[in-house]
Write a protein that binds this ligand. Sequence first.
Ligand code: A3P
Length: 338
Amino acid sequence: MADSYSFSNCFVTKTREEEEENARSLQRYKNLVSNLPKGEASAAFEDFICLYQGFWFADVHCQGVLAVQDHFKARSTDVIIATNPKSGATWIKALVFAIVNRSKYPIYNHPLLSQNPHGLVPFMEISLYNNRIPDLEILPSARILATHISYTSLPQSMIDSGSRIVYITRNPKDAFVSYWHFKNKMRTVLSKPPLNFMEEFEQFCMGVSHFGPFWDHALSYWKASLERPQHVLFIKYEDLHADPVLHLKRIAQFVGCPFSSEEEKEGMVDEILKLCSFETLSNLKVNKTGKITGAPFPNEAFFRKGQVGDGTNHLTSEMIERLDQITEEKCHGYGLIM
Ligand code: A3P
């Protein structure tokens, strides 16, 4: 049986009728996106950003979102990793993949040693539905897939099926600074000039950022995690840093693969944490020099410092105050501290 992370067969040539139907759908998404309210591009891969269902997307990603909403059929066994950009997707993808597949692969010969976590657990709207419509039905359960789509815009089948959604967010100061570096890295690769820090900050505060407003995104999953705790697990990057053992066990329990006492005694929790640590992953050859299919930048762009609090090294006290105030105004009423 195929591995749940072998995606290449999902793109095999279909019948002519299916091909034509898909081409018509993709053209329709393109037309829809071209008529949405627009903003200026800031990353290197888009022509413009657009506002759809209250969130901002790169044009290419928005077409992917429409395709996911129309075509993705969720299963109750699916594990969906949802994240705010630059909030720890690489880390949580590695952890969930290692947890769910731990009986399949020995640590010394693990797919994470030779593949980047984003290749094993791709973003649906960015990679899988990027100007194409994959057949994800052929993948065996349990499928692990990722998205940056807000909870309010997820395909209905993801909610109805009872798929388990693991969401990770991060304090907006660190996430903003991390994304700033990431986008500039992409721009350098594509010979584009770096972005203006102040202008980017202003846009971020106004909510005009990829998959943002950042705070609304986190709140959408926060509220869902309170309403449907058995289906939506809400994690903060900072909490995972502070107590990785506790959170790894929480995630394992949540996705239906709790650690047995034998596994704990044998050190499985620590082994997975070590395998997925910033130190291990960032030093692997695949993550130093490799590239995910289709990505214009190398895998090393996903690894910078991996620390908590680096945002404050780049932001002025006024900027910090402004972000803290927005967080307070938007989130605290709902009990969300970031
Ligand atoms: P910094 O830019 O602050 O270093 P994402 O994975 O969502 O794209 O987020 C990227 C951030 O997560 C980057 O933060 C990156 O360094 C950090 N990161 C990547 N892999 C990590 C890991 N295994 N453990 C902790 N942090 C990690």
